[in-house]
Design a protein around this ligand. Structure first.
Ligand SMILES: NC(=O)c1ccc[n+]([C@@H]2O[C@H](COP(=O)([O-])OP(=O)(O)OC[C@H]3O[C@@H](n4cnc5c(N)ncnc54)[C@H](O)[C@@H]3O)[C@@H](O)[C@H]2O)c1
Length: 417
């Protein structure tokens, strides 16, 4: 078979299509009219991070939607730890940049060549979509290269600057998806708005658990520690609970987060602030498992000290998934003999997700909802676009769990500011 780019894309489309259970239609409908209920403005509002700890909401022209492009009216976007890191320190040197990658919205205009999403599901005006950071070229590849800023700049929505349109971050009211650049996007119209906002961070945990499973240690009756229960650790608990693991201890210093982790499926909690010294802390963790150490642990903080600590919670021959260091937060000290070698720890790292994990995440969120896990309650607070600086300060102060920037109010328990 001639493996040219078109063939590869077709194969990927078929694989993803079979995973999402939606057959790719031979002649899917084409739509090109604006959505009912509002005309398309000439300009869009985009929150650009223009300096450390400062966004400006700027206005840019909305380009003509070409045959392969999509224009989306943004509904809402979660603030990710990465957005926070960028806001505080700009570690990737991206300023000025349009951020926001945990976004979702409604298609208001679509090019005539765009008939299906990246999984082969039909798309039309009015459908609700999310983008994915992964490219089409290989569904199993994790992550793009952040250093390749000039390669497919606009492919990675909300992280890599796009000097052409500036409409490529979800902290905005319109986002422009340039189809010719290999962007991946999914039609998730069958999910509620808050679930759609949670898709991207949840995919991180679907991937981490897939990585953990490669050790062969995770089983139904495994004793599992999740260290750090910010949004990432809380979603980790929910993914584990959804796959049937129900002996989970969470470790954090924040009581309200620990309490919420029980609603997500944790059985016991340990507040590390109550224990002096690693031996006392390890004993407290073991007590939650009737005196046993954990079979497996997930490290979900960006703290080097937490990385050093976690080996003490794991039994000989157990496993560890380290996923807390999306960025470089410094070195951690371990004793290679005591912590790793003589204990025969099975260590895996996990970074972002693959395209396949993204599709699996849609099923995870539906399953979590079906078994009553309050995953969407993670979004405690929503701020309008013009309060985006306030939203980031609020998130940095750990005042809520997951903070969103939205153009429509969120329902349920979310506090709309
Ligand atoms: N692997 C990936 O692809 C990926 C993707 C997204 C985020 N992350 C990383 O995951 C980490 C967690 O993300 P988040 O949004 O939940 O962050 P967060 O800051 O909201 O939560 C971290 C939690 O860890 C707790 N914590 C800090 N030190 C601790 C310690 N010594 N022991 C126990 N708990 C401790 C904090 O109290 C907090 O509740 C971040 O560092 C982020 O960069 C990784």
């Amino acid at each position: 078979m001639d493996m040219n780019q078109n063939n590869i894309e077709e194969i990927v489309r078929q694989v993803l299509s079979s995973m999402s259970g939606t057959p790719a239609p031979a002649n899917a409908p084409v739509a090109s009219a604006p959505a009912a209920g509002g005309s398309i403005p000439k300009t869009a509002h985009v929150a650009m991070l223009t300096a450390l700890q400062h966004y400006d909401v700027k206005e840019f022209p909305i380009p003509e939607v070409g045959d392969d492009d999509i224009l989306v009216r943004v509904e809402g976007t979660g603030i990710c730890g990465t957005d926070q890191h960028e806001f505080k320190k700009d570690p990737f040197g991206l300023i000025p940049v349009a951020l926001g990658h945990e976004g979702t919205g409604e298609i208001v205009k679509i090019g005539k060549n765009v008939k299906v999403d990246s999984a082969g599901k039909p798309v039309k005006v009015g459908d609700k979509i999310v983008t994915c950071m992964m490219f089409k070229d290989d569904p199993d590849i994790t992550m793009f290269d952040l250093n390749k800023k000039n390669v497919g700049a606009a492919d990675v929505y909300g992280l890599i600057p796009d000097d052409e349109t500036h409409l490529n971050g979800w902290f905005s009211d319109y986002i422009f998806i340039k189809g010719s650049r290999g962007s991946t996007f999914f039609n998730v119209s069958d999910m509620d708005l808050k679930s759609r906002i949670i898709i991207e961070p949840a995919a991180v945990l679907v991937h981490a658990v897939e990585r953990a499973k490669t050790t062969g240690i995770l089983r139904f009756n495994s004793r599992v520690v999740v260290q750090g229960v910010g949004p990432i650790g809380l979603l980790c608990v929910a993914v584990l609970r959804t796959m049937g693991i129900d002996n989970i201890t969470t470790v954090d210093g924040n009581d309200s987060r620990l309490e919420f982790s029980k609603k997500m499926g944790a059985t016991k909690t340990v507040n590390f602030m109550n224990y002096k010294g690693i031996d006392n802390l390890a004993n407290a963790v073991a007590e939650t498992f009737d005196g046993h150490l954990a079979d497996f642990a997930f490290q979900c903080t960006g703290s080097p000290v937490a990385h050093s600590n976690i080996y003490h919670f794991i039994r000989n021959g157990g496993g560890l998934c380290e996923l807390g260091f999306f960025i470089n937060n410094g070195d951690a000290t371990i004793n290679p003999h005591f912590d790793l070698c003589s204990k025969e720890i099975n260590l895996v790292g996990s970074w972002v997700y693959t395209l396949r994990d993204y599709v699996t995440t849609f099923s995870f969120l539906k399953r979590a909802k079906a078994i009553g896990l309050p995953v969407t309650d993670l979004i405690t607070d929503a701020f309008p676009l013009d309060k985006i600086n306030e939203a980031h300060e609020f998130a940095l102060a750990q005042k809520g769990f997951k903070i969103a920037v939205t153009n429509v109010p969120l329902d349920g328990n979310t506090n709309n500011h």
